[in-house]
Design a protein around this ligand. Sequence first.
Ligand SMILES: Cc1ncc(COP(=O)(O)O)c(C=O)c1O
Length: 368
Amino acid sequence: MIPIAVPDLRGREAQYLAQCVADNWVSSAGPFVSELEKQVAALAGRAHGIACVNGTTALQLSLHAIGLRPGEIVILPDWTFAATANAIVHAGGVPLFVDILESDWSIDPTAVAAAIANSKDNVRAIIAVDVLGNLPDPAPLRAVAQRHGVVLIEDAACALGARKDGVRGGGYGDLAAISFNGNKTVTAGGGGMVVTDNADWAREIRHLSTQARTGADYRHDRVGFNFRMTNVNAAIGLAQVERIDEMLAAKRRIAAAYKAALQGRNDLAFMPVEDFTQSGCWLSVVRTASSEANADLAAHLRQAGIDARSFWCALSDQPPYRGYASPANPLAHGLNDRTICLPSSSHLGDADLNTVLAALAAWQGPSI
Ligand SMILES: Cc1ncc(COP(=O)(O)O)c(C=O)c1O
């Protein structure tokens, strides 16, 4: 099967891993951790980076750092990965799912404003998601957050290296959470990072992620977490960051090839990406007309040896989150079972890319 997104480990990963063993730095401290924090914060244009075990905990730590109180509402888009909502619930918050924009599938700022107006001052934060590596227009999101005195958190899990009009992935939220999961453009095997310009939050996150220990002795001033990244993971992450430009260029080329191949078709539409030269192009996703067409396309691609999968479904529809009150969100629900994720690894070769393009060309479905 041609996979959807697998690690591209053609850099110095093995060398840096061997160094971890040689230097006896394999645990949750070490030179690669600090270097990765420095380099990723710089890529996002932020003053501070705090490495942690994954992107989900980066979101959770961000919510703890702002002092989220039990029962406070955090607004998020209905169309995102479950991790965004899980982090809110684990931090004691109440997720409020709102709709997305047709234009780029990102959270709708107008829906955010309406949700705040209906929530009796109980909203503490908004989490905006950089969907599939694309940045939303940050201006209206910042404006609504500022107007209502709530914190804007950026779920930049898949957006390291993305840009939009001078803003960088991880660069527009008051805090941003990045993921280094195995399927991300830059992986650390597993890992995450919070980036922010706020020194107090950065200190708090570092403290909470290391069991809130006050020093070398076994003294603690809070109920903390064991959420720090290991040097082993950071070694992989750093080798990956060294090749980020090359990997982003490859992802952008793949996305552009899919989009060009779908031009003029009415049964398949490429995801709305404004500008490939700026997007992180994490995963390439196509839209189909119906759940039947979606299932048919997935089966057709799998028969051709391609591991294509149906992508995100609105979270408010799913059992763990049905109990939280949220508006109807027709656009997010409209994508349920109508999106397919195509192979998007940065080292997808031309032969495999051509196999996918040929399989797409050989499929016909109903008009969207
Ligand atoms: C939008 C989004 N948010 C959060 C996460 C969570 O990151 P992690 O898997 O590193 O916990 C992911 C990971 O796929 C994601 O796609």
